[in-house]
Design a protein around this ligand. Structure first.
Ligand code: NAG
Ligand code: NAG
Ligand code: NAG
Ligand code: NAG
Ligand code: NAG
Length: 446
């Protein structure tokens, strides 16, 4: 099945987006059959698919994507156009640039969507204009020129600090007011001109007309092998994209539909609060709902990892996966790097005679205690000595799918439900199971 034919890139982005209602809260995108041909008859639907591309693209504070061209705006990945001022009061096109700010240290600016036209900038939050705007760009972003080509926010960790990349002509202005100097200029010749720029799901895209490339926001290096067509990945257009095979497979559809109530085989959370849910060779990131929701193949983040993950947990910058009898380990840097000499058998990794497979495994934040769950047995392993610690304990649960422990407590997952405990001590002392809650509604915003 040819679902993911572009190695290393955003891997079959559009087919996934379209195969299920993964992205929520798109105004005017009613969640009707996304493949119905009648959608293209709505006013402005087909204009979205011309080869002109877009002048600006940005997410808003709800995680909804907006595409701007001329006086028109398209909301979400499909559907009709409307006048820009219908959703952005007081703004008329064409828009030069747009981005959603990210700066947790500045709550008055964080998550605001900024629109640029000529020498003016507007700011919006929760669908309404922020007072005091529009303002001259030179006042809001001193040193940034008028008549921009494109703009995109860059998050701390992906860039050195929270910053904004402004594009004009061949120059990139890296704007981080907390630094000295506040603006650094770069010329990223290989990237070429960006008429729009976007950060989505921790990745950075430069659009030139209808084409786009993925790039590194620090070096400007081009990360996609060749320019790709926006209509195959970001917007739904008739006869384009290649998700048809995936759509017909009901199993795959329910795996990729985060709201399907299908069980997850594993959950994990690390010390950086990155939280993942794993299901049938795919994963969801649970802590970035501001970018919408998306199912990704495992190897999009963990190279060479495929198949079902039975359990996942982290310990000191390492992420562990248990699949059947095997353990695989990745170093968690900016990206995940496979540790050599894995996979290894569970019994080879830890001194746990008789433990050949597990239902679930978890570590709690900043702890070296690994808990392995098999049936109603809880095995404690000390990750510093790699040895079993004490006797197995019995828990009141059986047939669990997964477990996760974070700063909010311990979660045990089974089917479409989960149990919440304060900690391991509470789990071991409880004689009666706490009430269950629905995984999809609690963790996946369904
Ligand atoms: C990811 O895995 C799929 C199959 O599971 C494969 O088709 C694809 O080429 C892999 N991608 C990369 C980047 O390794
Ligand atoms: C939007 O702008 C057009 C002019 O471009 C104007 O005729 C219309 O009244 C505006 N609509 C709103 C809702 O402000
Ligand atoms: C888009 O990319 C294709 C090749 O992938 C190229 O032939 C075409 O000229 C590009 N168009 C623009 C506007 O850059
Ligand atoms: C449907 O998808 C599932 C999960 O990826 C896969 O195991 C199965 O083989 C697929 N079935 C068909 C008929 O392609
Ligand atoms: C998932 O389960 C919840 C709780 O049982 C239910 O309210 C919801 O309708 C279910 N969703 C689907 C898609 O079946």
């Amino acid at each position: 099945m040819k679902v993911c034919s572009i190695p290393g890139l955003l891997l079959c982005l559009l087919p996934l987006v379209l195969s299920s209602p993964l992205l929520k809260g798109r105004p005017k995108d009613t969640g009707k059959n996304p493949h119905s041909a009648t959608d293209y008859n709505l006013p402005g639907s087909s204009e979205r698919c011309t080869d002109e591309g877009f002048g600006a693209i940005s997410l808003d504070d709800k995680g909804v994507m907006h595409f701007f061209r001329g006086d028109s705006e398209w909301t979400g990945f499909q559907g009709p156009s409307r006048a820009i001022n219908e959703s952005w009061a007081g703004v008329t096109g064409p828009i030069d640039a747009a981005f959603r700010n990210y700066n947790e240290d500045k709550p008055q600016e964080h998550q605001r969507t900024y629109l640029f036209k000529g020498g003016q900038v507007w700011s919006f939050f929760e669908g309404v204009p922020v007072s005091g705007f529009p303002r001259p760009i030179s006042q809001e972003f001193p040193g940034i020129p008028d008549d921009l080509d494109a703009a995109v926010e860059c998050h701390r960790g992906e860039c050195r600090t929270d910053s904004v990349l402004f594009f004009k002509g061949g120059t990139v202005y890296i704007y981080s007011p907390q630094d000295k100097p506040a603006i650094k200029q770069r010329s990223w010749a290989t990237l070429g001109r960006c008429t729009a720029a976007l950060r989505w799901m921790e990745k950075y895209y430069c659009f030139n007309g209808v084409n786009f490339t993925r790039f590194d926001p620090v070096s400007g290096q081009v990360l996609s092998p060749r320019p790709l067509d926006t209509r195959d990945y970001f917007v739904r257009c008739p006869g384009r994209g290649h998700g048809h095979a995936a759509r017909q497979n009901a199993t795959l559809v329910s795996i990729q539909n985060r709201c399907s109530n299908r069980s997850f085989e594993a959950f994990s959370s690390d010390d950086k609060s990155r939280t993942y849910a794993f299901r049938g060779g795919w994963y969801f990131r649970l802590d970035s709902s501001k970018d919408g929701w998306h199912a990704w193949p495992l190897n999009h983040t963990w190279s060479n990892l495929q198949g079902t993950v039975d359990a996942a947990f982290t310990h000191q910058n390492r992420m562990y996966f248990i699949q059947g009898t095997q353990v695989t380990v990745y170093l968690s840097e900016q990206i995940f790097i496979p540790v050599a000499a894995y996979p290894k058998a569970i019994e080879e990794e830890w001194e746990v005679p008789g433990v050949t497979a597990v239902d679930a495994a978890f570590t709690c934040p900043h702890s070296s205690d690994l808990y392995l769950i098999r049936g109603n047995k809880l095995t404690l392993v000390d990750l510093t000595t790699r040895k079993r610690s004490g006797e197995d304990r019995t828990i009141i649960h059986d047939e669990l799918d997964s477990a996760m422990c974070n700063t909010h407590g311990l979660y045990l997952f089974r089917g479409q439900s989960f149990y919440h405990y304060k900690d391991v001590t509470e789990l071991l002392s409880n004689v009666k199971a706490p009430p269950t809650k629905n995984i999809a509604s609690y963790f996946l915003d369904c």
